[in-house]
Structures are given as C-alpha cells and as structure tokens.
Design a protein around this ligand. Structure first.
Ligand code: SIN
Length: 276
C-alpha cells in the first residue's frame, strides 16, 4: 500500500518532484518508503520540503532504507560519522563542493546509486543546485549516434579532482589511492531499464578505442549536449530541505555564487551497481 498523506508534484516537466507531507525526522513507514521509491524512479530528483534538521543518526538510518551506504574516497567526513560527508563553504573556503557538472564519484567501480543532502545553513541568496536529466539527453540523440555510442566505454578518473582538494578542511589525502574506472558511455538503469548517457565534465577523461583527438571532440560534444538547458532544472533551497537524487540517470552541479557567505549541510550516499 502507498501512503496518501505524501504529496508529490512535479517540479518541472523535464525532471524533479517536490515532496511534502512526510516527516523525515521520524522513521518513515513502509508505505511512505514505497511512495518515495516510486517517485524517485519516476522523477530522478526529489525535493523534500518543510523538514526539520535531522540528526546524523537519523540521516544514516534513512539512507540505509535505500541500500548500504557508500564511503567517499577522499572527502572530509563528520567526526564520529564516517558515512556523512559535510558540505561546507564559507568566507575562508578556497573551493566549494560539486562546482562542475558530475554524477557523484563516477570514478568508482560501483558509483553511488543516489545521494541525500540536507542543508542547514544557507546563504541569504544563491547556492542553488542544478540537475540535468541524462535519460532525456540520451533519447534526444539520433539512432545512428546512439548505436555508435552504445559500443563505447569511457575512463572516469579522480586524482585531478581530489588531490589536495580538501586540504583546507584538514584532510591530507596524499596517501590515498585515487579511484578510476571504465564505464559504458550509455548505461542502463538497473531498476527502470531506461538508458542514460553516463559521462561528465568532472571525472570522464577519455573514450577507449578512439584517438585522443576523436575522444576529446566527442566528449566535448557529449558534455555540452548533457548540459543543454532543455534537460536542466535549477533548485533554490529552503533551510532543511532534503534533496535525494539518482546518480544513475541525473547529473548535478552546485553553484558557488555566494562567497563570502556560508552554506552547510550533510550528505549520505547509497552504494550503487557497476554500470552496464
Ligand atoms: C554535491 O554533492 O555534489 C554538492 C551538491 C550541493 O552542494 O548542492
């Protein structure tokens, strides 16, 4: 049975839905879980509004309803909570997280299925997050180009992204092994069976089997295509909104337009499958 007190309405025609009528600070019921899961697969990104700040313990439990949690290979975690990645930018920050289009940690062999982020401190203005529908980006291509891409794999790397990235937050990651992986350019969603483009400007560095020149130009085309306005939405956060996105079929980008103001929250990621 699904829960009728949950209200789910589309955010935009291309992706996203606003979810109200569920209190994430309490354990969600089986029927609430069912409604949320169905909406997640349909809309790719859910914006839970009218929420209270939830504790790290509750956020970890909530994330675990959707699968085992993924550990970030390089980012600072919250003290005592290795599953929680604190998103934090302020006047002394040299970088903010997720400033370029990406699917979270696509450099992992098994990149995260989804991410749940709640923001507790917002700048007075700015700090929006953008999302892009990678299933629509795939569907928009010609059949001939879809066939061509269907046989290709790409390399996703992370050293250029993570090396020294978090040193101003006390994380020295000179001794970590930076993950890299090879994934199909077109991936099939394991739950909806829909196909999506799975390349992004942050992590994808090379297409296997093509010359450097061909690889660079096709990747540039794909990055620009995936970032087209028609596939995008832009979300303006309210304090304590929880946003839950599907990394298998949506990319995102956080806008750092609010310096020197502060923006802070906590994120958990749920383990995903090897893309196929
Ligand atoms: C991220 O997880 O990539 C950051 C998203 C955000 O801060 O809005």
């Amino acid at each position: 049975m699904e829960d009728n007190s949950i209200k789910i309405r589309p955010f935009c025609p291309n992706l996203g839905a606003i979810v109200t009528g569920v209190d994430l600070s309490k354990q969600i019921s089986a029927s609430e879980f069912k409604s949320i899961k169905k909406a997640f697969l349909k809309y790719q990104v859910l914006f839970f509004q009218n929420q209270k700040e939830i504790s790290p313990e509750v956020q970890i439990k909530l994330g675990k309803r959707f699968g085992d949690l993924h550990s970030h290979p390089a980012a600072p975690t919250m003290e005592g909570y290795p599953e929680i990645f604190e998103i934090h930018a302020h006047k002394n920050s040299k970088i903010a997280n997720g400033e370029f289009w990406h699917s979270d940690v696509s450099c992992d062999n098994n990149p995260p299925l989804g991410t749940m982020l709640q923001l507790h401190i917002l700048p007075q203005s700015g700090g929006d997050t953008m999302f892009s529908n990678m299933n629509q980006a795939y569907e928009k291509l010609s059949d001939t180009f879809k066939d061509f891409l269907g046989n290709l794999k790409a390399v996703h790397e992370s050293e250029h992204v993570y090396k020294s990235r978090y040193s101003d937050r006390g994380v020295e990651n000179s001794d970590i092994t930076y993950p890299h992986a090879i994934h199909p350019i077109v991936r099939t969603h394991p739950e909806t069976n829909k196909k999506s483009l799975f390349v992004n400007r942050t992590f994808t560095t090379q297409i296997l089997g093509l010359s450097e020149f061909e690889s660079k130009n096709i990747l540039d085309f794909l990055f620009n295509h995936c970032e087209s306005l028609e596939f995008q939405i832009r979300y303006k956060w309210n304090r304590n909104d929880m946003v839950f996105w599907d990394n298998r079929c949506a990319m995102h980008r956080a806008i750092w337009d609010y310096w020197p103001m502060e923006r802070k929250g906590r994120r958990v990621t749920i383990k995903g499958d090897k893309p196929w």
